[in-house]
Design a protein around this ligand. Structure first.
Ligand SMILES: O=P(O)(O)OC[C@H]1O[C@](O)(CO)[C@@H](O)[C@@H]1O
Length: 538
């Protein structure tokens, strides 16, 4: 397999302007794979160009897919969109400046020093990744996150913010403006400000679709400001809209450079010459490794602490885009690529053992950053003539070699340095690679019909929970069996009712108790034989 330098030379892409390398030489392309793929790649380039010209690329939702315009507004098909992008960027930057200069200030403190970002999925993963990747002592504000509906998670973050809550600006982000986790996070934050006698609205801004529930709430409550999220930007590709730019600008990151890097990557990945197009090469490598049918998982291993969250970010981008039951012709295809990862060399001491010696169901993407640390930090020899960074690079190379020896596919992305521009370029690379891959396998990357099922089922659970509580409260002091509660709640799903009762009884506030039943059956039986009651009316 390793036929030496020629193969490396043939499959090493380098772009000097971007300070970017892509090495696909350790993908086991069969001879002629890329040549055979070329007609499909050409079709994919055409499809991407059509999408960028403003075609309705998401027919289910009847919307255009315009995240590429965010860094090249002049390409947007409609002047109103161009203006919206430019004016929103201007508003984001001036809002951040006003916050930094304390022209926009909190109710009781002299200035905002922290940001609490509330969002989930595409409305949090990009901001979290970018915030961690680019943080430095020069940050203007510290950014915290609520990205779930875990009560203990809320408490933990609020405890960490501690006395600084009065100087914390909350940024609530939701494209739809109706996501329950985000709504809950907002209500929890609002309650925390209220406990200090503070008006939440004087500490809050939103990024959301115009006219959404959240947007209306922000207007009604008089939030500090509102920033738009457009229907032509998908959540998982929204990092370079106000969703990502606002928190990044508040943190003090170089938003213009991030856009510049993404724009430069877009320019090269628009090429219809495959050997000059790194996104196409990446997509083709995925296709080769996975058989175009998700047969292998994508393991992302950046050898850089700052990129630790990349795998979480890419997980949504790849899996929500590619994980599809139907292809564009309505045929059942069960497509997708599973993504996981963390960072090297840390994971060499965790799961690389299996990658080398275990089941061969993955391909690895290494990400290397050549500049080990900011030059002004100096450097330390940990052994004569050897630095910690030399070890980091050595471990990456060693693992790449060890996997290659076992016939495991690897890709390596190398960035000259990690900064706002190269991060923007990395995001743009993956956005484009996902788009091209979807075209190659004939699926729509821009909708997510599958996630709705879980949301609907969750709402049904909440509705049933209210009926369960009502049933128990109608018989205060009486122990009821699972069957009795289920019937009284008008349900035919005892298993769901059991889950609800078990959870309610673990959280005393609702007053639901698990009580011993009578007789040997309940004593010896399964938890499904437990009895339940509310002891006293509230
Ligand atoms: O920004 P929103 O509308 O709150 O949605 C958050 C996330 O939820 C999803 O719709 C999936 O449930 C993602 O596509 C999206 O990024």
């Amino acid at each position: 397999m390793n036929d030496g330098l020629d193969r490396f030379r043939a499959h090493l892409y380098y772009d000097e302007r971007l300070g970017f390398w892509l090495d696909t030489s350790r993908i086991r392309w069969t001879e002629g794979f890329l040549d055979a793929l070329e007609p499909r790649l050409q079709a994919a380039y055409e499809a991407m160009a059509t999408l960028e010209r403003g075609a309705v690329a998401n027919p289910d939702e009847g919307r255009m897919v315009g995240h590429y315009w965010l860094r090249a507004p002049e390409l947007a098909p409609d002047p109103a969109i161009r203006d919206a992008i430019t004016s929103t960027l201007g508003r984001v930057l001036s809002f951040a400046e006003d916050v930094h200069a304390a022209r926009i200030r909190p109710e009781r403190a002299s200035r905002f020093r922290n940001v609490l970002l509330i969002g989930i999925g595409g409305s949090a993963l990009g901001p979290e990744f970018v915030s961690a990747a680019l943080t430095s002592p020069a940050d203007r504000m510290r950014v915290w996150f609520f990205d779930n509906t875990d009560p203990d998670g809320f408490d933990r973050t609020l405890d960490a913010i501690g006395d600084a809550l009065p100087e914390t600006l909350t940024v609530v982000i939701s494209k739809s403006g109706g996501t329950k986790e985000t709504r809950n996070g907002m209500l929890e934050a609002e309650a925390a400000y209220a406990r200090l006698g503070l008006d939440f609205a004087k500490h809050a801004v939103v990024v959301t679709g115009e006219g959404s529930e959240l947007d209306k709430h922000a207007v009604a409550r008089g939030f500090l400001d509102r920033f738009p999220m457009w229907d032509w930007v998908g959540g998982r590709t929204s990092e370079l809209s106000a969703v990502g730019l606002l928190p990044a600008a508040l943190q003090g990151l170089d938003v213009a450079d991030m856009l510049r890097g993404a724009r430069a990557m877009d320019e090269v990945t628009r090429s219809r010459v495959t050997r000059k197009n790194p996104a196409a090469q990446l997509a083709a490598a995925w296709l080769s490794a996975t058989g175009g049918a998700g047969k292998k998982d994508m393991v992302l291993l950046p050898y850089k602490d700052r990129l630790e969250l990349f795998s979480r970010y890419a997980q949504q981008l790849v899996m929500e885009s590619l994980g599809k039951r139907l292809d564009r012709n309505g045929r059942e295809v069960w497509q997708g690529i599973s993504v996981y990862g963390n960072k090297g060399s840390t994971d060499q001491h965790a799961y690389v053992q299996q990658l080398r010696d275990g089941v061969d169901n993955f391909f690895v993407t290494f990400i290397e950053v050549l500049l080990d640390r900011a030059p002004q930090r100096g450097d330390l020899d940990v052994e004569p003539g050897v630095t910690s960074g030399d070890y980091l690079s050595g471990f990456l190379q060693g693992t790449r070699r060890a996997l290659d020896e076992r016939g495991r596919d690897t890709i390596t992305i190398t960035l000259e340095a990690l900064d706002a521009a190269s991060l923007g370029a990395l995001l743009a690379l993956y956005e484009r690679a996902v788009g091209i891959y979807a075209e190659l396998v004939g699926i729509n990357a821009y909708h997510q019909p599958g996630v709705e099922a879980g949301k609907k089922a969750a709402q049904a659970v909440i509705d049933l929970e209210l009926r369960v509580l009502a049933a128990l409260r109608a018989k205060v002091g009486t122990a009821l069996s699972l069957a009795e509660v289920t019937a009284a709640a008008g349900s035919d799903e005892p298993e769901t009712v059991f889950w609800i009762l078990r959870h309610l009884s673990a959280n005393p506030r609702r007053g639901v108790l698990r009580v011993r039943g009578q007789g040997a059956e309940a004593e010896a039986g399964s938890p499904l034989d437990w009895m339940w009651m509310v002891a006293a009316a509230k």
